[in-house]
Structure formats: structure tokens, C-alpha cells
Design a protein around this ligand. Structure first.
Ligand code: FAD
Ligand code: UDP
Length: 405
């Protein structure tokens, strides 16, 4: 590609979606990524030893209630019927060993925790009683932070057991300084339904995430009147050819961290990063479920993922997927640890404290002015937003529609 019409920085969901849409409408799009693969944080790879698909940047489950996004995604991949379920390890005071509870909090969790057989109405009355002393309830107002939100939803004893310590490990920021929206996404149910998400559509890409994202590029190139070229191992800030394009004021869609773009001039935004510790074990099944949360302060990891459980359907085709065969004898797990982000670490979760919001507003004011020069910011890092994949797709589709008008 001699000179692209558009430069997209980041081959994650946001960048690839904008690239596919713009190529479809005739543009020549150059997508760069500093990593050696496409897909951003949603990328997965097949473990060399076992052939089991491992989500490289933490487990990614696709779920959405957005019809436009669902239709769009289905143009590039089919989805399995996977429905996400999570279990939580917690040791009650005085108990000899930890116990496993269903997550998110539902009637099963409540009855197991209180060793009771409450009906839905009895459980609602109990939780309302246990939530009544938190400031939001007392002052008859909406919860202002994660602690108030959590206690309002599930009362104090369950909050202390399942949210307080997990959140402390995950965010290392007092729950009083975190946004209520972080846990609003978790359903609370007064039935025994322990489905993790509440969206209309859910599933995993049948042949894995990379195949899905590669198909977006292939279809753009075979059906669109424009073209998408992807250049990996290319850092926007370090690559000379890219800097030359920048000097020519080529339209740029930037999906890296917004504070980095502006050279941290108003200070760094706060992120959480992760350590993901992978291990191949010589057991067929380590934990019996895809994700086990560890809700107490010890052990230090927040959760363990066991990847073969994300694709139970692959056990039916052991020739294609030997690592998933019922008698395979090995499994891959990843222990996830949350850590404070420092420059050079991967930025994963925006913490978004009041101070971050002030800094972000200043960066966004600069970004607004840069639109006149054809620079647009998007995605989890570019918008500093705790987006799920479907929200990244939705935000990218919106921008692509604006740009192709
Ligand atoms: P990213 O995927 O972060 O892509 C941005 C890309 O830009 C990266 O590839 C990066 O390398 C590149 N880049 C940055 N700076 C530069 C530069 N200077 N030069 C070149 N390239 C650059 N969502 C769900 O729906 N379900 C889940 O289960 C789920 N689980 C998650 C678990 C974790 C641990 C995390 C962190 C997120 C999870 N998400 C989940 C959210 C999901 O990862 C995001 O919504 C989505 O991947 C964001 O896509 P994006 O394109 O906006 O950003
Ligand atoms: N959370 C918790 N205990 C749990 C699960 C979640 O306290 O067992 C809280 C925690 O603050 C977490 C937030 O709810 O960051 C959102 O959980 P989710 O599983 O959606 O997090 P993600 O998959 O985005 O890391």
C-alpha cells in the first residue's frame, strides 16, 4: 500500500471494525499494532503442547444484547452455545476449609451461605434487612460508590464474603473510591439461575478468536472496494514510516491509551494490569469449571481459568481437537493476579477515580480539537472506558458510520 487513506493504530476489536467498515466503503486502510498478532486483548492462541485454546490476555466471553453488534459479529464467525458460569471459593469464619459457591449471587449462593432454605421472597426480605444500614439506603439515594452499590445489592454479610476482598485484590483501591458501575454489571437473582451474564446473545467463536478477526480482514479485502493491510510489530510512536504518515496528516484512528498519545502531559491515568501465570497440568480436569474466583485475601490470585471448559463441544470431535478428547489427560490453567500498572505494563482496566476523571476530561478536550486534523480516539484504551467486547464493536461501528457519511 503506497499511501493509505486512513491509518488505524491498534488491531484490536475497535481498530479492525473501523478498518473493515472503511475498506468496505472504498478506503485504503493501514492497520498497525505493536504486538505480533491481531485481536488486541481478545486474542487467543492454541497452546503448542496440548492444542487447547488459551485466551492470552485473560478469559474472553462474548455476550451482547445489541442486535446490530450480534448481526455484525455473525458475518465473520459462528458461535458455540457456550453459556458462562462462574464459581467462587470462600472460607467462612471458623470453617475448616474453603467452600465453593455459585456466582453471581443467586438463591443458591444465599441459601448455601446462610445454610437455609429461603424462598425467593424470604431471601429478598433478608437481603433488604442486611442492606438497610448502608448510607445510600439510609439517605434514600442512589449508591455513590462500589461499596454502597454492593451492599445495596446483596447486603453486608454477602458483600463482605464475596465482593469486599475480591475487589480489594482486583483494584487495590478502596471500594468507596470505585465506581458503582463496576459491579452493577453482575446480576443478582432470587432464583437458582447462576448464568453469569444477562445478555440476549452469548457464545464463543467456533474456531477461536484469531480466526474470527482474520475473517474480518479477509472479507474486507475480498468484498470491499477498498483494502486493509495489517502491519504487526509496529509501534505508532517509534516507527519512522508511520511518523512520516503522521506528518502528512493522514486520517488516524488511534486505539492506544489516550494519555500516552498526549505524552502524559496531564499525568498518567490509573490502570490495573495483570500477571497471567500459565501452567499445563497432567490431570484431565483441574477444577471442573471454566472460571473459579478466589474471594478471600489469600490466595493472592483473583481467579483460575481452565480453558478446555470453554469449549465442551470440541470433545465431540477429538480428531480435530485432540486436546479436548474425554481421555486426554492434560489441561491448561491460568492463575490471574491483578497488579498496579506502571509504564511498560499492559494497561488492562481503567480505575477511573475522581482524579482520573478530571485528567481524562483534559485529554478529551485535546482530542476534540484534534478531530479537526482527522484524529479520532476509540476503544477501551482510547476512550479510557471499561468496555466489554460488544461495547468496543458498538463504539467502532458508530464512529465508522460517522466517518462514512
Ligand atoms: P484492545 O484490545 O486493547 O486493542 C488495542 C490495540 O492497540 C492493542 O492490540 C495494542 O497493542 C494496540 N496499541 C496500543 N498502543 C499502540 C501503539 N503505540 N502502536 C501500535 N499499536 C498500539 N470483554 C468481553 O466482552 N467479555 C469478556 O469476558 C472480557 N474479558 C476481559 C478480560 C480482561 C482481563 C480484560 C482486560 C478485558 C476483557 N474484556 C472482555 C474486554 C475486551 O478485552 C475489550 O472490550 C476489547 O478487547 C477492547 O478492544 P479494543 O480494540 O478497544 O482494545
Ligand atoms: N466481583 C467481586 N467478586 C466476584 C466477582 C466480581 O467482587 O466474585 C467484582 C469485582 O470488583 C470485579 C467486578 O465485580 O472487578 C466485575 O466483575 P467481572 O467478573 O465482570 O470482572 P472482569 O471479568 O471484567 O474482570
Amino acid at each position: 500500500m503506497n499511501q493509505p487513506d486512513v491509518l488505524v493504530v491498534g488491531a484490536g476489536i475497535f481498530g479492525l471494525t473501523v478498518a473493515e467498515r472503511l475498506a468496505n466503503s472504498g478506503k485504503k486502510v493501514l492497520v498497525i499494532d505493536k504486538r505480533n498478532h491481531i485481536g488486541g486483548n481478545a486474542y487467543s492462541e492454541f497452546d503448542k503442547e496440548t492444542g487447547i485454546e488459551c485466551h492470552k490476555y485473560g478469559a474472553h466471553l462474548f455476550h451482547t444484547s445489541n442486535e446490530e453488534v450480534w448481526q455484525y459479529a455473525n458475518r465473520f464467525t459462528s458461535f458455540t452455545g457456550y453459556i458462562h458460569h462462574v464459581y467462587a471459593m470462600h472460607q467462612r469464619a471458623g470453617a475448616e476449609r474453603p467452600e465453593v459457591f455459585p456466582m453471581p449471587v443467586n438463591l443458591g449462593t444465599i441459601n448455601q451461605f446462610f445454610q437455609a432454605n429461603y424462598t425467593p421472597d424470604e431471601a429478598k426480605t433478608l437481603i433488604a434487612e442486611q442492606a438497610k444500614d448502608n448510607p445510600a439506603a439510609k439517605e434514600h439515594r442512589e449508591p455513590k460508590n462500589l461499596a454502597e452499590q454492593g451492599i445495596s445489592l446483596i447486603g453486608e454479610p454477602l458483600f463482605n464474603a464475596f465482593i469486599k476482598n475480591y475487589t480489594a485484590k482486583q483494584w487495590q483501591t478502596p471500594a468507596e473510591e470505585l465506581s458503582p458501575s463496576i459491579i452493577k454489571r453482575l446480576p443478582v437473582r432470587y432464583t437458582y439461575n447462576n448464568r453469569y451474564f444477562k445478555d440476549t446473545h452469548e457464545g464463543l467463536p467456533t474456531d477461536g478468536y484469531e480466526a474470527w478477526f482474520q475473517k474480518m480482514i479477509d472479507i474486507a479485502n475480498s468484498e470491499g472496494s477498498g483494502k486493509v493491510e495489517v502491519r504487526l510489530n509496529t509501534d505508532f510512536f517509534a516507527d519512522k514510516d508511520i511518523q512520516a504518515l503522521r506528518d502528512k496528516n493522514i486520517m488516524t484512528i488511534y486505539t492506544g491509551p489516550i494519555d500516552r498519545y498526549y505524552n502524559y502531559q496531564f499525568g498518567e491515568l490509573t490502570w490495573r494490569s495483570l500477571d497471567l501465570e500459565k501452567e499445563v497440568l497432567n490431570v484431565h480436569d483441574f477444577q471442573g469449571c471454566p472460571v473459579m474466583n478466589y474471594n478471600d485475601l489469600e490466595p493472592k490470585w483473583t481467579r483460575i481459568h481452565e480453558f478446555k471448559h470453554f469449549h465442551p463441544e470440541r470433545a465431540n470431535d477429538p480428531e480435530k481437537w485432540p486436546g479436548y478428547a474425554p481421555d486426554y489427560g492434560k489441561t491448561v490453567i491460568v492463575r490471574e493476579y491483578s497488579k498496579t500498572w506502571h509504564r511498560g505494563d499492559e494497561p488492562y482496566y481503567p480505575v477511573n477515580t475522581a482524579v482520573d476523571k478530571e485528567k481524562l476530561a483534559k485529554y478529551q478536550a485535546l482530542a476534540e480539537k484534534d478531530k479537526a486534523r482527522g484524529v479520532y480516539f476509540g476503544g477501551r484504551l482510547g476512550e479510557y472506558a471499561y468496555y466489554d467486547m460488544d461495547k468496543s464493536f458498538a463504539s467502532a461501528l458508530k464512529l465508522a458510520t460517522e466517518l462514512t457519511k
